[in-house]
Design a protein around this ligand. Structure first.
Ligand SMILES: Nc1ncnc2c1ncn2[C@@H]1O[C@H](COP(=O)(O)OP(=O)(O)OP(=O)(O)O)[C@@H](O)[C@H]1O
Ligand SMILES: [Mg+2]
Length: 244
């Protein structure tokens, strides 16, 4: 279980996150929405302990991320897969090298055959099996996102963090990536946190939706309730009256 307890973070005197608290039940998919610059990616960075909070804490299965030793932090991070805001593939590596990167790098227990089996399985899940020898530059934006998604699930993470998984994709590709997120998190029984400013992603993929406003998370909505939210900030966002 991932728990955020009263997280606060400021950059250069700007209070970006003031008091963010949330517990994410196992197997659930939650979405955090909010305008650009509201601090969504910052929350994901705090979860991974890429940055430390000014106050508050992040608990992953009860472990306080900020207090772990480097070795223990590495172990806990292995439970978490991350899909970056940009696909962030390595240009000089093929699709299969990109997808298997963390296994080739760290998992000495696996044979080459086992690694290739896992890569094939992950590429199959994202419907990119025939592309293993190609390079990122030879792929479309949507295909690159699929490869990045395969890379994020290769270690069978318990938790998946998606930072703007469909930004920059056309509506058809967005829908196919959204469907993949739902299918993969259901199939692997992962807990997913999706961060986005695109409403279409939220509607189809989340159990609960949290709006990040003024450094705090509003009371959650569901994909059914959000359209008729009684929170004026959320309804203004839905109606396109706030920045995205
Ligand atoms: N390392 C950093 N140093 C200084 N300022 C930062 C740093 N990281 C984030 N910020 C600032 O914190 C604010 C929130 O950034 P963040 O990337 O979390 O926003 P976001 O909600 O993910 O936006 P977007 O929707 O555009 O991705 C921004 O004003 C950003 O400039
Ligand atoms: Mg962001």
């Amino acid at each position: 279980m991932i728990e955020l307890c009263h997280l606060a973070k400021s950059f250069d005197g700007n209070d970006i996150l003031k008091d963010v608290s949330i517990s994410i039940p196992l197997g659930k998919k939650i979405t955090i929405i909010g305008p650009s610059g509201s601090g969504k990616s910052t929350i994901l960075k705090l979860i991974l302990c890429l940055i430390k909070p000014d106050s508050g804490k992040v608990l992953v299965d009860g472990d306080d991320m900020a207090l772990l030793t480097v070795d223990d932090l590495y172990k806990v991070r292995k439970k978490i897969g991350l899909l970056f805001q940009s696909a962030a593939l390595f240009d000089s590596m093929t699709v299969e090298e990109n997808v298997g990167f963390s296994l080739f790098e760290s998992d000495h227990l696996l044979s080459q055959e086992d690694i290739h089996y896992k890569i094939d399985y992950a590429l199959d899940l994202v419907e990119m099996k025939g592309f293993s020898r190609m390079y990122p530059a030879e792929l479309s934006g949507g295909q690159q996102k699929r490869v990045a998604l395969a890379r994020s699930i290769i270690t069978n993470p318990q938790y998946l963090l998606f930072d703007e998984p469909t930004t920059g994709l056309d509506p058809v590709l967005s829908t196919s990536i959204e469907n993949l997120i739902v299918r993969i998190s259901d199939e692997l029984n992962t807990t997913a946190i999706i961060v986005t400013h695109q409403l279409s992603t939220i509607m189809r993929t989340s159990d609960l939706i949290y709006y990040l406003h003024d450094g705090c998370l509003c009371e959650p909505e569901t994909s059914q309730s959000i359209n008729t939210s009684s929170n004026p900030i959320i309804s203004a966002f839905i109606n396109g009256e706030l920045g995205t």
